[in-house]
Design a protein around this ligand. Structure first.
Ligand SMILES: [Zn+2]
Length: 253
C-alpha cells in the first residue's frame, strides 16, 4: 500500500487511546508483545477495520470497543504477514451468541438432507467470516480457545484457494512437502493419543479434518504457546515460521 494512503487511513480510522488501552487490558494474549509489537498491532487492527465491514446480525449492535477487540484478534495472526493475507473476504458478521449455520448432508441413498447446526464461528470459502460475540468474550482468557484466531486461520488456509489445512506458504521459507510432513506427523501422534487414551494433548476438535487441525493448532500457538511447544514442538516451530512470529520469544521470528 502506498505510504500516503496508509497514513491517511490510519489517521481517519484511528482508535481513541482510552478505547485501545481498555481493550488491550482485557486481553492477556497480548502480554508477550513488546512496545513495537503493540504499535504494529494497533496499526494493523486500525487498517483491518478500515478495510473490512463488521456487520452485527440478529438484532445485535456493535460498540466501538467490541469492534476493536475483534480487530485486534484478527490482526494478531497477520502481524507480520500483512492484511493482504485476508484479501479473500471483506465482511465479518457478528451474532450476539452461537448461531445456526446451514448444513447439508448426503445419506447413503444419495438423498440430500438440509438442516442447521449451532456454531460459534464459521468461514465460508468465498464469503464473510461469521462470529458469535459471546464466544469472542469467552476467548478473552485465551486458554487454548480463540474463536477469532480460529476463523482467521481458516481464512489464511483459503489463501491458496483450498481449505485443506495448508495455507499459502509463499515467502515463509516452508515448502509444501515440509508442511505436510510436520503436520501429518503431529496429526498422527494426536490421533494415536485419541485411539489409546480417548484424550489428546490438543483440543480434540482438531481431529475433525486437516483444516480444523491447522485452525486449532493456531489457536493454541497464540494462546497457550508453552503448551503447544511442549507437546508438538515441530508443529510449533512450523507455525512460528509461517506466522513469522514467536509468542514464546515475544518477537518477530
Ligand atoms: Zn473450524
Amino acid at each position: 500500500m502506498f505510504e500516503f494512503w496508509r497514513r491517511r487511513k490510519l489517521a481517519r480510522h484511528a482508535f481513541a487511546d482510552r478505547d485501545w488501552e481498555a481493550v488491550c487490558a482485557r486481553l492477556p494474549l497480548l502480554a508477550w508483545l513488546d512496545e513495537a509489537g503493540r504499535q504494529r498491532l494497533r496499526e494493523t487492527a486500525t487498517l483491518f477495520l478500515a478495510d473490512k465491514i463488521l456487520a452485527p446480525a440478529a438484532g445485535f449492535s456493535l460498540q466501538p470497543r467490541q469492534r476493536i477487540e475483534i480487530a485486534i484478534a484478527a490482526a494478531l495472526p497477520v502481524l507480520h504477514l500483512g492484511l493482504g493475507a485476508y484479501r479473500s473476504f471483506r465482511g465479518v458478521i457478528v451474532y450476539p451468541d452461537e448461531f445456526l449455520a446451514p448444513r447439508e448432508e448426503v445419506d447413503e441413498a444419495g438423498v440430500v438432507h438440509t438442516g442447521h447446526e449451532r456454531v460459534a464461528g464459521e468461514s465460508w470459502d468465498a464469503g464473510p467470516m461469521l462470529l458469535s460475540w459471546a464466544d469472542v468474550e469467552a476467548s478473552r482468557e485465551a486458554e487454548g480457545y480463540h474463536v477469532v484466531i480460529h476463523e482467521c486461520a481458516h481464512k489464511l488456509d483459503l489463501g491458496d484457494g483450498d481449505m485443506n489445512g495448508v495455507p499459502d506458504l509463499s515467502g515463509s521459507g516452508v515448502s509444501g512437502a515440509e508442511w505436510r510432513r510436520v503436520m501429518t506427523d503431529a496429526w498422527e501422534r494426536t490421533g494415536a493419543d485419541w485411539d489409546a487414551y480417548g484424550e489428546t494433548e490438543v483440543d480434540d476438535y482438531a481431529l475433525e479434518s486437516p483444516a480444523e487441525f491447522f485452525a486449532v493448532l493456531s489457536e493454541h500457538f497464540f494462546t497457550i504457546p508453552e503448551h503447544l511447544h511442549e507437546v508438538l514442538p515441530e508443529a510449533y516451530s512450523l507455525l512460528a515460521r509461517f506466522y513469522r512470529q514467536d509468542p514464546l520469544l515475544g518477537q518477530h521470528a
